[in-house]
Design a protein around this ligand. Structure first.
Ligand SMILES: Nc1ncnc2c1ncn2[C@@H]1O[C@H](COP(=O)(O)OP(=O)(O)O)[C@@H](O)[C@H]1O
Ligand SMILES: [Mg+2]
Length: 392
């Protein structure tokens, strides 16, 4: 059978949709390529009724109706094709009306209600889109994950840098505090050792003059002596202000005792505080100050560094010529190199303690017993005259 029977001037290939020229009894005269692919690629169709998937009578009725209509009549029909039955919306109208025994010639154009090729393609597109979306999501997830890792790394880096800066700031603050204390004490000591002593001498000479003077001269000398004594008191005040107030309030021995007690106050550390020998009265101010600061630093170190320490023993020992303060803990101790005066590991605390003792002609001994605790001993000379009390 040909695609087109030329008895009709109509060129079916001008129709894109499957189109058939048939007689009203269902016999097929011609069909275009689209119809041949859809209905029967083997070209062996002779009657639409053979192709009809169920409801042949309905089709016959429809074809009869089309034979009387120039306007296309629309009916839903179903034809068997190579991929099974397919539903069409059929537009049918008459081309050549019925004549005597000859049935009418009809043009039938078929519009698939649902083209399986379209739905397969749509399904494939849907699947590909879903796969693509999934790939994009996985890719975005990977990107986000590596962004997150990068951020975490940066965060750790910044946190570490911050920690280092904070530690360094802390160290510098400590150093500044030490320097400030040292400076205050040095000024107080200078005042005491020089101006104070001079003032005391002047005052002594004035008193000697006062004894021999009379009348208005004696009155004037009294006024001058009072004035000088006033200056002396101010110097004393300045010296006193340059050292820990607690020593002024409690006295040296009690001040150390209360410091030891406060270090052990939380009950984690047992402590003992002993005094041996008798305390000279007065104890030189700079000796008191230096030993007090040593006790402060050494006890702070016990709290800070002596891991595992269970007790700390403090001994204040007086001999005729010296006073020594020993602070011993039973913590982890540390390596001996760190205690070398020039040792790079020696912290500001140890160096500061050494310096204070050196300033007053004393010495500092540190005996770290690795794993067995640490003993710090500060010894200061008590040479007469060198370290007298402040003038009063
Ligand atoms: N009682 C102690 N127990 C254990 N280690 C100590 C003790 N005292 C000092 N150290 C060690 O000596 C180092 C130096 O101490 P220090 O000069 O006071 O500096 P800082 O206390 O600022 O670290 C400490 O960092 C610590 O390792
Ligand atoms: Mg310290």
């Amino acid at each position: 059978m040909m695609h087109l029977q030329l008895r009709h001037e109509l060129d079916l290939e001008t129709y894109l949709e499957p189109s058939v020229i048939a007689l009203s009894d269902g016999s097929v005269h011609a069909f275009n390529r689209a119809a041949s692919q859809l209905l029967h690629p083997t070209n062996s169709i002779s009657s639409l009724l053979d192709l009809c998937a169920g409801g042949a009578e309905t089709l016959q009725t429809y074809l009869r109706a089309c034979s009387g209509s120039r306007q296309p009549l629309i009916e839903r029909v179903s034809f068997d094709g190579p991929d099974g039955a397919v539903d069409y919306r059929c537009f049918g109208n008459v081309l050549v009306p019925r004549r005597r025994n000859r049935p009418a010639t009809l043009l039938l154009r078929l519009f698939p209600v649902l083209d399986t090729r379209f739905s397969a393609a749509a399904e494939r597109i849907r699947r590909l889109t879903a796969e693509r979306q999934q790939r994009v999501a996985v890719q975005q997830f990977d990107e986000l994950r590596s962004d997150r890792l990068r951020l975490v790394e940066q965060y750790c880096f910044v946190a570490e840098a911050l920690r280092v800066v904070e530690a360094r700031t802390h160290e510098l603050q400590d150093e500044i505090n030490h320097i400030r204390c040292d400076e205050r004490e040095r000024i107080a000591r200078d005042l005491h050792d020089h101006a104070g002593q001079e003032m005391a001498l002047v005052l002594a000479e004035l008193r000697a003059l006062q004894d021999g003077a009379k009348g208005s001269a004696k009155k004037r000398l009294d006024e001058i002596a009072e004035h000088v004594a006033g200056i002396g008191r101010k110097i004393h005040h300045a010296v006193v202000n340059g050292r820990p107030r607690i020593i002024e309030e409690l006295g040296f021995y009690r001040a150390i005792e209360s410091m030891v007690a406060s270090v052990a106050a939380d009950g984690r550390l047992g402590f003992s505080f002993k005094k041996k020998g008798s305390e000279p009265d007065p104890l030189p101010i700079d000796v008191e100050n230096a030993l007090y600061r040593v006790a402060q630093e050494a006890l702070t170190n016990v709290l800070k560094h002596a891991l595992g320490a269970r007790r700390v023993d403090v001994i204040l020992e007086f001999t005729d010529r010296s006073v020594s303060l020993t602070i011993a803990d039973d913590g982890i101790g540390f390596s001996a190199e760190a205690t070398e005066p020039e040792g790079s590991d020696a912290g500001i605390g140890l160096r500061g303690m050494r310096q204070r003792l050196a300033d007053i002609g004393g010495t500092l001994a540190i005996s770290p017993r690795f794993g067995k605790g640490t003993i710090v001993t500060a010894t200061a000379p008590l040479a007469c005259g060198l370290h007298g009390s402040a003038p009063s």
